[in-house]
Design a protein around this ligand. Structure first.
Ligand SMILES: Nc1ncnc2c1ncn2[C@@H]1O[C@H](COP(=O)(O)OP(=O)(O)O)[C@@H](O)[C@H]1O
Ligand SMILES: [Mg+2]
Length: 304
C-alpha cells in the first residue's frame, strides 16, 4: 500500500456567485503523496492551485472534504508546514537573521537567543547568505529575498514545504540557481515538498510527481505523471534523457488542449482513481503533438 503522508480527501471550494448560488472552483479533489516526495501542480491560472496550497497550509478551509498530513487532519496553520510564497513575505523591519530567527523562536519558544541564532545561522549558510545576516529585505535582491524565505521555511524543519510559484518573479539565471538549491536540499534531507508552478521545465527538473489540473471553474485533477527521468538527473543533461520529450510534450499537450476539453471528453473520470501515467513508458502517453491525444488504455498506465 502507498504511504499517504499527505492525503487530500475529496475537497471542494465554492464561493458565492454574483447572482446567487455558488461557483465551484473545484470539487471532489483527491490527491496523495508519500513522505519524501516532491510534487508539482501544473494548471492554468485560476484553476485553483493556490487555493489547494492554502488549504494544505491551513490558511484557507475547504467547503467540503479534509486534508490529512502525517495522520492528522489539518486545522489551521501549523509550524509543521512551511510556506514559501511568490512574494517573499519577509518582515521588512527585520534583518536576514531577524527574519529566520523569528521563525525559529516561534517553533522553539524556550530556546535562548544564542541557540536560536546558531540554528538560524545554519540555514542562512545553507542557502548561501553567509555575510548578509545584518541586511534588511530592502537591501536584498529578489533572489536573496527568496533565499531568506527558503532558509526561514527550512529552519523550522517542517513536515512539508509548500511553495506557490516561488521563483516565477526571478530572472532565469537566479531561478535556475535556486531550483538547483531547493532540489539539492530536498534530496539531502528527504524533505517532502509540494510546489505550484506554471513552468514546465521546473516541474520536470524538480518533481517526482506532476499533478495536472484542468481549467476552472469545476477544475479536476486529470492525471498524475510519474517523472520517468532518473532521480539523479542534472539540469545540464535533462533534455538528453530519452524520456524527456515524451514527458515535456505530454505536459504541454495537456496545457494547450486537454486542460480545456478534459472534463467534457472524459465523463467517466473517477476523481478517486486518477490515472497515473509515466510518459515514455506507457505507449499512449508518448504524445505526438501533430495528432490528437488518446487516453492511456487500462493496464498501460502504471499505477503504483
Ligand atoms: N475570495 C474569493 N472569492 C471569490 N472567488 C475567489 C476568491 N479567491 C479566489 N477566487 C477564485 O478562485 C479561483 C482559483 O483561484 P486560485 O486558487 O488563486 O487559482 P490559481 O492559483 O490556480 O491561479 C479563481 O477563479 C479566483 O478568482
Ligand atoms: Mg496561484
Amino acid at each position: 500500500m502507498i504511504e499517504k503522508f499527505i492525503s487530500i480527501e475529496g475537497i471542494a471550494k465554492r464561493y458565492p456567485a454574483q447572482f446567487g448560488g455558488n461557483t465551484t472552483i473545484f470539487e471532489d479533489l483527491w490527491l496523495s503523496m508519500p513522505r519524501g516526495e516532491f510534487g508539482c501542480v501544473i494548471g492554468h491560472s485560476g484553476c485553483g492551485k493556490t487555493t489547494v496550497l492554502n488549504i494544505l497550509a491551513g490558511l484557507d478551509e475547504p467547503s467540503e472534504g479534509t486534508v490529512i498530513v502525517d495522520g492528522q487532519a489539518i486545522e489551521g496553520t501549523s509550524l509543521d508546514r512551511a510556506v514559501i510564497f511568490q512574494s517573499h513575505a519577509l518582515l521588512p523591519w527585520r534583518t536576514v537573521m531577524g527574519n529566520v530567527a523569528y521563525a525559529v523562536t516561534s517553533k522553539w519558544r524556550k530556546w535562548d537567543k544564542a541557540r536560536v541564532r546558531a540554528h538560524a545561522q545554519k540555514f542562512i549558510d545553507i542557502v548561501g547568505l553567509t555575510g548578509s545576516e545584518h541586511k534588511r529585505p530592502s537591501e536584498l535582491s529578489g533572489g536573496m529575498k527568496q533565499r531568506v524565505g527558503i532558509a526561514r521555511a527550512l529552519s523550522i524543519t517542517p513536515k512539508i514545504m509548500l511553495m506557490d510559484e516561488p521563483f516565477s518573479a526571478l530572472d532565469a539565471l537566479t531561478r535556475g540557481t535556486l531550483q538547483d538549491e531547493v532540489r539539492r536540499i530536498c534530496l539531502e534531507t528527504g524533505q517532502t515538498a509540494f510546489m505550484i508552478t506554471h513552468d514546465v521545465d521546473e516541474a520536470i527538473y524538480l518533481a517526482d510527481k506532476i499533478f495536472l489540473m484542468t481549467n476552472g471553474p469545476g477544475a479536476v485533477l486529470a492525471e498524475v505523471l510519474e517523472n520517468p527521468l532518473p532521480k539523479d538527473r542534472g539540469r545540464i543533461d535533462l533534455h538528453r534523457h530519452p524520456h524527456y520529450y515524451a514527458l515535456r510534450n505530454h505536459i504541454i499537450d495537456f496545457l494547450v488542449t486537454r486542460s480545456k476539453t478534459f472534463v467534457e471528453t472524459n465523463k467517466d473520470h473517477d476523481p478517486r482513481n486518477v490515472p497515473v501515467v509515466r510518459p515514455g513508458f506507457a505507449e499512449p502517453a508518448i504524445v505526438n503533438t501533430t495528432e490528437s491525444f488518446q487516453m492511456p488504455q487500462a493496464g498501460q498506465a502504471s499505477a503504483r
